[in-house]
Ligand binder design. Sequence first.
Ligand code: SF4
Length: 164
Amino acid sequence: MTTEQKKLRVGWFTFTCCEDSTVIFTELLNDHWQEWKKLIDFRHARVLKSHNVLDELDVAFVEGALSSQAHIDKLKEIRQKSKKIVAVGSCAVVGLPSAQRNTFGPEDIEAIREPYLEKFNYLPKVLKLAEVVKIDAQLPGCPMDPKAFLKLVGEMLKEFNITS
Ligand code: SF4
């Protein structure tokens, strides 16, 4: 009888940003897919598949800053369902560059008020992830450093007893 390989349950989520860390993540799959598919269950990764599940996750990688109440609600749901949350990239870690409008003066805010802030129901300020939920780890950089991502994935695989 063969025992089934336990897999790390992972989600990849994106809020307000340019998604360059997502591009890096998918580029890394060129070299790591064969290895990762045996060890990682990508429960939620819209860049990889259309059927995604947000259920119990070991690790949620979250890219981008928060611009709306819907983003806040979604991140709180991710927090509730994830053992670890990793903030991916500068926008998630410190808010910038996605939070640039936080520094706008009254004239510039007025210029974007109706066509953007009101139209899309945006918050008055863009938030970094840590302003809303507890973050367990972070991958700074704009975009993230692929080597740091690979190192963290290796650590998570060990921490959750997927590899020794
Ligand atoms: S941190 Fe940089 S690369 Fe990542 S989403 Fe923000 S702007 Fe794009």
